[in-house]
Every structure is written in structure tokens, then in C-alpha cells.
Ligand binder design. Structure first.
Ligand code: PFF
Length: 465
């Protein structure tokens, strides 16, 4: 789900900028952008793949340290400059590093939205099948693989989902969709709690609960850290320019620190719930075999139908769940596309329809490659990855760390901590000031270095992610 449309318009620095109605509006908008496929689809499969409990632990530690620093930094820079990322960097200088910093933050959503829509297409397809009463068929072993390899079908659902996203943006019904999604999200949470309780109480599921909740230190590897870090970026909508933009909409009275903690709590809670839904079910329905745990992007789509089918009310549960899931995916995709189009409008001075057309072309190219990567184009692999995995890897493990590095460097080298502190202290005391300085100066660059070096090592085949 996604953004709360800024309420009043305020003229600032010659640009009409929207404003959130206050902290609650801002928190809802950011939490809305944060909660999406990342929580329900991406988190469970990564947790299953990278050691369960140890992944959860590393993820949570990273969220409250590194994630916290980045959310506070991006939001504060957005509010200070009243600009989206490219403009925010330009507010401090016009040389090459500033162009790079701004643009790398702005380009990431443009590369994510196409493959985000491919997964959105999978959700749409499953919803359609549930509506047709195919609950039993969806739960069969091998169904998802068959679907993924039938290129035409994947492409069709990708195009349909993307058309829905474009339609919402062009027809100006975005607010309507988001209003519906505000009702859908709480329902999704209630449903997820229900499914999670059902899932963890299945015979054999307890092993899965243990796998997910109890960290085993022998399962720890750098890959756990790298995967958790990429997921943290993705899930919290960090290093994609979005928080700069949202920050530019808030007033000086908003307590950035407090809002950040609330957003992180909300986002982690939903991911945690999704993990509880899926991972124990893998143990209950597939005996927790390594192969299923390693299933990757398909895990949620393989496991959920099995849970629903065993409930005996597969069709109703499936329709309800995938409908909510669709709304969460749709509104997140809308905000990714909207961000991309406005960057093109503002920075390349193209009209809105032209911006949409450019994004349409980008989506067609990257989205089609991602759709066909497991089917007709499965003979092509880039550094050992199918297209979708490659785009996901490039954005999360290479570009987002670079974008985050640019933000850290901007603060350390140019803006300075005094200015950041003053901006944050506009609304309230900055309680974690010392931690913030320490994390930003030392922890963040180390984390970024780890993720970048590992990613390059992976590409060169030295390690395998
Ligand atoms: N954080 C979203 C998710 O976890 O699915 C992805 C996302 C949506 C990122 C919208 C950025 C954004 F603007």
C-alpha cells in the first residue's frame, strides 16, 4: 500500500509542494510505501533461504541501526531542501559527485518498478485462479514452476498488472485506490494473523517455528548479512529517493526520530507475520526439506496455496488473501511509478504523458525480460542469474548500497552533522544523536563496503549468493 496524498499545497522555493497533514499522515504514507511485496513475498523466501532465525536476527539488528540512520538521514535531507533526491543533492553542489548521488537514488525505482510489476502479475494470476475456483490445482506440486515457464502467460499477467498501474495513474483515481487500500491493509493484517496462527499449529510446523525464531550461529555467513541488508533497503523503501520526496512534504513540527521508529516497527511486524505464515508451513506441508526452503522467489506462491487448500476453505481464503495482497502490491507499484515519472518531469523537463511513455518503454523492456527469464529465455543467464533475479540483485545489492553511500558521504563531507542535528531538533530533542553520529560515520560505510565487496565477489564467481 502506499502514500497518503499530501494535503495542502504550500509554495516553497518557487515550487508548489504538497504537505502531509502531520506526523500521523507522514507515518501512514511511509509505512504504506514500505509495506508491499517486500514483506509478504521477499522477506519469507530470503529468511527461509538464509538460515531462518539468524537471518531474522541480523535483519532486525540492521533495521534498528543502519536502517534507522538512513531513514532519518534521507527524510531530514528531504525536509531541509524541500526537494526530491536529484534536487536535494543539487542544493549542495553542482559537480559530478552530486549529480551521481542524486541520480543513483532517482534511477533505482525506475529499475525496480518493471520487475515489481512482474511479481504483481503473479499475484493477479493467482487471484484470478482462486476466483475461478482452482484452489486445488494451485496447491499441486509443480504448478508454480509450470506457470513460470509458460512465458506467454507470465507476460500476459505482467502486462495486465502494469496496465492497471498506468490506468490508476493516468485516470487520476489513485486516491480512490489508496483509500480502499487503507481499509484493505488492516484486513490483510488480521487475515495474516489468522493464517499465521493456523500455519504454526499444523502438525510438524513447530520445527519451522524453531527454524524461523531461534538463531543458529553456525548458519551465519556474510551472505546472511548481504541478503538481510538488501532486504532492508527494499522493504523500508530506503535508497530509492522515496524518503527524500516524502521528507520534502513534511513540516518542521514532525518528529522524524519517532516517526522512523514507528515505520520500522510496522514494517518489521508485517514481515515477521509473513515469515510465521510461510516458513512453518514449509515444514508442515513439505517436511521442511532443504530444496523447498531454498525455493527463492517462488516460495510464497508454492506455500500459501497449500495452506489454504488444507484449511478446507481454500477458495474463500485464497480470494480474500490474494485480493489484499494485490492491493498492497498495486499501491506500492503506483508509488514507484509515480516517483519515477515525477523525476523525469522535474529533471528532464518532459511532460507527464511523455514521462509515462518513457517509463512504459523501460517497463516493457525490463519487465518482458524478467517475465521470460524463467521460460523462453531461460537459456540466458547473467552472472548465473535469471533476468528477474539479476535486476533484483543489481538494484538491491549494488545500486542501493551506492545510493546509500552517496547519502552518507553528502552528510559527512558536505552538509555536516551540526546542520542535520539542527534540522532534526526543530521538532523535539534528538534522543539518539550520539548513536546516529556513530552509526552514520562508522557503521554505515562498513555495512555498505561489505555488501558491495560481496556483490562484486559474487559477480566474479568467488562466492555464490
Ligand atoms: N518497500 C516496498 C516493498 O517492500 O514492497 C517496495 C517499494 C514500494 C519501494 C514503493 C519503494 C516504493 F516507492
Amino acid at each position: 500500500m502506499d502514500t497518503k496524498k499530501p494535503k495542502q499545497q504550500k509554495k516553497h522555493a518557487g515550487v508548489m509542494r504538497g504537505r502531509f497533514s502531520g506526523r500521523i499522515g507522514y507515518v501512514l504514507a511511509v509505512a504504506g510505501s514500505a509495506v508491499g511485496l517486500g514483506n509478504i513475498w521477499r522477506f519469507p523466501y530470503l529468511a527461509a533461504k538464509y538460515g531462518g532465525g539468524i537471518f531474522l536476527l541480523v535483519y532486525l539488528i540492521l533495521t534498528v541501526t543502519f536502517g534507522y540512520v538512513l531513514i532519518v538521514s534521507e527524510t531530514t535531507l528531504g525536509r531541509m531542501t524541500k526537494k526530491s533526491p536529484v534536487g536535494a543533492f543539487h542544493a549542495f553542489g553542482k559537480r559530478l559527485p552530486f549529480h551521481f548521488g542524486g541520480w543513483i537514488n532517482a534511477v533505482v525505482p525506475m529499475l525496480i518498478v518493471p520487475y515489481y510489476c512482474v511479481i504483481g502479475g503473479w499475484v493477479l494470476k493467482y487471484l484470478f485462479e482462486y476466483l475461478r475456483g482452482s484452489a486445488g490445482i494451485l496447491a499441486k506440486d509443480g504448478y508454480f514452476t509450470e506457470f513460470m515457464t509458460s512465458s506467454g502467460s507470465v507476460l500476459f499477467w505482467f502486462v495486465l498488472f502494469s496496465s492497471l498501474v498506468f490506468f490508476v495513474i493516468l485516470a487520476g483515481v489513485r486516491q480512490g485506490v489508496e483509500r480502499v487500500s487503507k481499509i484493505m491493509m488492516p484486513v490483510l493484517v488480521v487475515l495474516a494473523v489468522f493464517v499465521a496462527v493456523y500455519s504454526v499449529t499444523r502438525p510438524g510446523a513447530f520445527e519451522g517455528v524453531k527454524y524461523f525464531l531461534i538463531p543458529k550461529f553456525e548458519d551465519f555467513s556474510w551472505l546472511t548479512v548481504v541478503a538481510a541488508m538488501g532486504q532492508m533497503f527494499y522493504s523500508l523503501s530506503i535508497a530509492m529517493g522515496i524518503l527524500y520526496t516524502y521528507g520534502s512534504y513534511i513540516g518542521k513540527e514532525v518528529d522524524i526520530e519517532k516517526s522512523t521508529i514507528q515505520v520500522e516497527f510496522f514494517d518489521a511486524a508485517i514481515a515477521f507475520l509473513a515469515g510465521l505464515m510461510i516458513i512453518p508451513a514449509v515444514f508442515a506441508f513439505s517436511g521442511g526439506d532443504m530444496e523447498t526452503l531454498q525455493a527463492g522467489p517462488s516460495l510464497t506462491f508454492i506455500t500459501l496455496p497449500k495452506i489454504f487448500a488444507s484449511m478446507g476453505v481454500g477458495t474463500i481464503a485464497g480470494v480474500a488473501f490474494f485480493l489484499m495482497f494485490l492491493f498492497a502490491a498495486l499501491t506500492s507499484a503506483i508509488s514507484l511509478l509515480e516517483t519515477s515519472v515525477s523525476t523525469l518531469e522535474d529533471e528532464l523537463h518532459v511532460s507527464r504523458p511523455k514521462g509515462c511513455l518513457i517509463m512504459c518503454a523501460v517497463m516493457l523492456v525490463i519487465g518482458s525480460l524478467s517475465s521470460l527469464g524463467y521460460g523462453a529465455l531461460d537459456f540466458v543467464s547473467i552472472f548465473g542469474m535469471a533476468f528477474l533475479d539479476f535486476f533484483d540483485f543489481m538494484t538491491n545489492s549494488v545500486m542501493m548500497p551506492l545510493a546509500a553511500l552517496a547519502t552518507c558521504m553528502l552528510i559527512i563531507r558536505v552538509v555536516g552533522f551540526d546542520k542535520m542535528d539542527a534540522e532534526i531538533e526543530c521538532s523535539s530533542a534528538f534522543r539518539r544523536k550520539k548513536l546516529y553520529h556513530f552509526f552514520l560515520r562508522y557503521l554505515a560505510p562498513v555495512c555498505i563496503a561489505i555488501i558491495l565487496v560481496s556483490s562484486i565477489a559474487n559477480v566474479l564467481g568467488i562466492i555464490s549468493l
